[in-house]
Design a protein around this ligand. Structure first.
Ligand SMILES: [Cu+2]
Length: 476
């Protein structure tokens, strides 16, 4: 078991100095405001007191330590501006809690009495809504409706009993559009107090929040008015290749808890396994309602809890199945160029813009390996190196690494999977049989957007201009 002090040390967190905006007298008697300075996935926080449970792992996040005060678990959240590294080389100026966005995960046990102090170090009012919880109305955190908004510099306290087990979220209910667009959110897990008929024990328990941002390449602050056209799709305010892998042992029982606080739905897709949806933010699902899936849609404001047995070794992708959501900023300004030969045009353009680059004539995979001059502080659009080259992904993407012989509680990255000989797709040697050109040839009844060139010309040249190319696409 990790002591509180050891946890602080190993997790790289520090007790924040008393805020200048909140007098030390006012804070005397409050639990210390623990702050996290790193964006790494922190080891699970084994409960140092209270009822035991198997703690969760927050991907690229951490769990907030508490103090026990006469049988009440006391937490201290500090709402404040933070600098979040969203992936190596790209930092965002967000708002969050205790040094990070999302805020720390709060973990308690069904039946716990919980007291949460919330200090507001933002330049405007805030509040905290405990999404999904059963609680007294006045603790629900809707500013103006159930409480006055918390003014800047003030500390409010919430107190209630964690009445039912499950995965919940917390977020402001004051100037929500701005504050959630700026990254203010966190996860809350209530573990069952005893063996629960609908909640199975698991070996590894991961949680993440889906969030989205609109940050112009080269800038730091999200555009808060954006409603749909976000350009960064994040898990716990990280984008691939900045999202840590989910390391699990072979045959481990694994749980994924995914909450969605973006403005659109996300079909979360697992490779190589099937999962069952075993819970929502409404609670555990009845066993008779469960069926196997490899993709589950997580709608706006929902949580989905998926259980699976990791019985296939390897490096398995886990990602949002909206392909725009596995790309980072910049992708949406690029016009579709497939089938366009714009070499002549480029000569004219480069007279005006010397750095102009031809992109996407043969698809966009080349962009994953292109050395592009990006503005400072920009996430690569799609990158991430795998053992076989570029993965060509960004945004909501990670890898479940299933390995034999992992010790319980070992979450260190085991490196890339070593495939047994003969189990990797490979190039076919020898001559390929001739291919009969079919309907997609001009003059053959239809006009393909990418007509084949005459046989014998290995360098594909394209002479057809695709109608409508050059107009940027919008996504939603
Ligand atoms: Cu998505």
């Amino acid at each position: 078991m990790v002591t509180r002090r050891q946890f602080f040390k190993s997790a790289g967190i520090t007790a924040a100095a008393t805020a200048s905006s909140v007098g030390s007298v006012a804070l005397a008697g409050l639990p210390e405001a623990v702050q996290q300075t790193r964006p790494d996935t922190m080891p699970p926080l084994a409960p140092p007191n209270g009822r035991p449970y198997n703690p969760v792992v927050t991907l690229n996040g951490w769990t907030l330590p508490w103090r026990m005060n006469k049988g009440v678990k006391e937490f201290h959240l500090v709402a404040e501006p933070v600098v979040r590294e969203m992936c190596p080389g790209f930092k965002a100026h967000l708002w969050g809690y205790n040094g990070q966005s999302p805020g720390p995960t709060i973990e308690v046990v069904e039946g716990d009495r919980v007291r949460i102090f919330v200090t507001n170090r933002l330049p405007e009012v805030t509040s905290v809504h405990w999404h999904g919880q059963r609680l007294p109305n006045g603790m629900d955190g809707v500013s103006g409706l159930t409480q006055p908004a918390i003014p800047p510099g003030k500390t409010y306290v919430y107190e209630f009993e964690a009445r039912r087990p499950g995965t919940f979220m917390y977020h402001p209910h004051a100037d929500e559009m701005v504050q959630m667009a700026m990254g203010m959110m966190g996860l809350w897990v209530t573990h069952p107090k005893a063996k629960h008929p609908l909640i199975d024990d698991v070996d590894r328990d991961f949680c993440l929040l889906l969030s989205s941002y609109d940050i112009e390449p080269g800038s730091y602050t999200p555009k808060v008015m954006t409603m749909l056209d976000f350009n960064l799709w994040a898990w716990n305010s990280r984008v691939f290749p900045g999202i840590d892998p989910l390391v699990v042992g072979h045959r481990d029982r694994v749980r994924l808890r995914v909450g969605n606080l973006t403005m659109t739905n996300h079909p979360i897709h697992i490779h190589g396994h099937e999962f069952f949806v075993t819970g929502t933010d409404g609670g555990p699902t009845p066993r008779g309602s469960r069926w196997p899936e490899v993709t589950v849609d997580v709608a706006v404001g929902q949580m989905r809890q998926m259980d699976f047995i990791a019985d296939e070794e390897g490096d398995w992708a886990l990602h949002c199945h909206k392909s725009h959501h596995t790309m980072n900023a910049m992708g949406h300004q690029v016009p579709t160029m497939i089938g366009v030969d714009h070499r002549e045009v480029v000569k004219d353009i480069t007279k005006l813009i010397p750095d102009y680059m031809v992109m996407g004539e043969r698809g966009m995979h080349d962009m994953t390996e292109m050395e592009m001059a990006l503005p400072d502080n920009t996430a690569p659009m799609m990158s991430g190196q795998g053992p076989f080259g570029s993965v060509g992904m960004g945004g909501m993407f990670s890898v479940i690494k299933v390995r034999k012989g992992l010790k319980r509680g070992d979450y260190r990255d085991p490196g890339w999977f070593k495939h047994p000989p003969g189990t990797v797709a490979q190039e076919v040697q020898g001559p390929t049989p001739p291919y009969q050109d079919g309907a997609a040839t001009p003059g053959n009844g239809s006009l393909g957007s990418m007509p084949r060139t005459p046989q014998g010309d290995s360098d594909v040249e394209v002479k057809v201009r695709k109608p409508g190319s050059g107009s940027g696409h919008r996504h939603h």
